[in-house]
Design a protein around this ligand. Structure first.
Ligand SMILES: [Zn+2]
Ligand SMILES: [Zn+2]
Length: 362
């Protein structure tokens, strides 16, 4: 069965769910683990093969020039073979393409198939929301890929109640850089982060990515679907499609739309997070970022540890923080934010979101 690889990884993940270290350094003590590093990547990008406005080679060059380590070209119901894409001339050794597709079904339900072996058919587009999503997940797994539910608040959206009934789905897009996806909520739909907490609180194991969903590579302004807005940082000893996806399935990554972390570490007693201040300050100069614009805010860094029901268990204003685990928490995750003042009494929040750990799950 072709989906064996992912299923095995998920089983492994569950096996290690008792506070396994997120940064991959403490889980095993073998030598290779000490060489794990962070790799920056985007799991959701479009090209001329569907509704993006640049050819694949141009898109790849854009990400390469911005210092990314991997991207997946994920056109709507189209597969681009990475071997056919012209790569930038002086290719760094730390840059790869991962084969992907945005499986785009009816009712605006879209699912990234990451590292799929071949074309994934979106199936019957007339089914109910939950059935469309389950078809996507099953088909992506059949093609040995990792399914990621995209932009849950896009168009009519999909509610947590429809996501929670889906089996073998363990990842969703928490932040999507497209201007039409309502990451922060809209009428009838809670912020995606609230949906994530709802799923976790119900006992479903979900990790979260941030991605670009980039379509436009010529003009850059907030109303365009530009690249450079959301990404994942994956901790891995090896940069290959299989190792990156395996690390994501283990939860050895965090999602970001502006903040860079130096340390994300969990053990039986503590969950510790430290901001990479130098890298974050550099990242915050990027003209491509689009944060959460609010009318109220407090400038500076804030680190929050979040548990069941989305409740903030502890918060610290600063660049590093540690949460003492008491063992009864259903889950704990960390949200790091940076707030900066914008024109007209507006504030902009940028984030890094770590994956949850599950001390209460034996
Ligand atoms: Zn989509
Ligand atoms: Zn898309």
């Amino acid at each position: 069965m072709k989906s064996t690889r992912i299923q095995l990884l998920l089983v492994t993940t569950l096996f290690f769910s008792m506070l396994s270290p997120i940064n991959g350094q403490g889980r095993t003590k073998n030598k290779a683990a000490s060489f794990a590093r962070w790799y920056k990547g985007n799991t959701h990008t479009h090209t001329l093969a569907s509704d993006g406005n640049a050819p694949a080679s141009y898109v790849v060059k854009w990400y390469y020039n911005q210092g990314y380590n991997f991207i997946a070209l994920t056109d709507h119901n189209k597969i681009i073979n990475p071997d056919t894409v012209k790569l930038p001339g002086k290719l760094r050794k730390d840059f790869i393409l991962i084969r992907g597709e945005e499986v785009s079904g009816g009712k605006s339900i879209h699912t990234t198939g990451l590292n799929v072996t071949g074309y994934v058919d979106p199936g019957d587009k007339t089914l109910a929301n939950a059935a469309i999503l389950q078809n996507h997940v099953d088909s992506v797994l059949t093609h040995s890929g990792l399914p990621i539910l995209n932009h849950p608040n896009f168009s009519k959206g999909i509610h947590a109640s429809n996501i929670s009934t889906t089996s073998k789905l363990h990842m969703l897009e928490l932040f999507n850089g497209h201007p039409g996806v309502y990451n922060w909520g809209k009428e009838g739909h809670a912020p995606v982060e609230v949906k994530w907490d709802s799923l976790l609180t119900q006992g479903h194991r979900f990790f979260a990515v941030a991605s670009d969903d980039a379509h436009h590579y010529d003009q850059f302004y907030p109303e365009k679907a530009n690249p450079g807005r959301g990404w994942v940082m994956v901790k891995s000893t090896v940069l290959s499609p299989d190792s990156i996806v395996a690390a994501m399935v283990r939860g050895d990554f965090y999602a970001s739309n502006g903040i860079i972390l130096k340390t994300v570490e969990a053990n039986q007693n503590n969950l510790t997070v430290e901001i990479d201040l130098v890298a974050t300050k550099e990242q915050l100069k990027s003209p491509y970022l689009t944060g959460n614009i609010t009318t109220e805010g407090k400038s500076g860094f804030l680190i929050e540890f979040i548990g069941s029901g989305g409740k903030v268990l502890k918060k610290t204003e600063g660049t590093s923080a540690s949460y003492a685990v008491n063992g009864s928490e259903q889950y704990i995750r960390c949200r790091v934010s940076y707030c900066r003042k914008r024109a007209e009494n507006k504030f902009e929040y940028l984030y890094a979101w770590t994956q949850p750990v599950f001390p209460g799950q034996k």
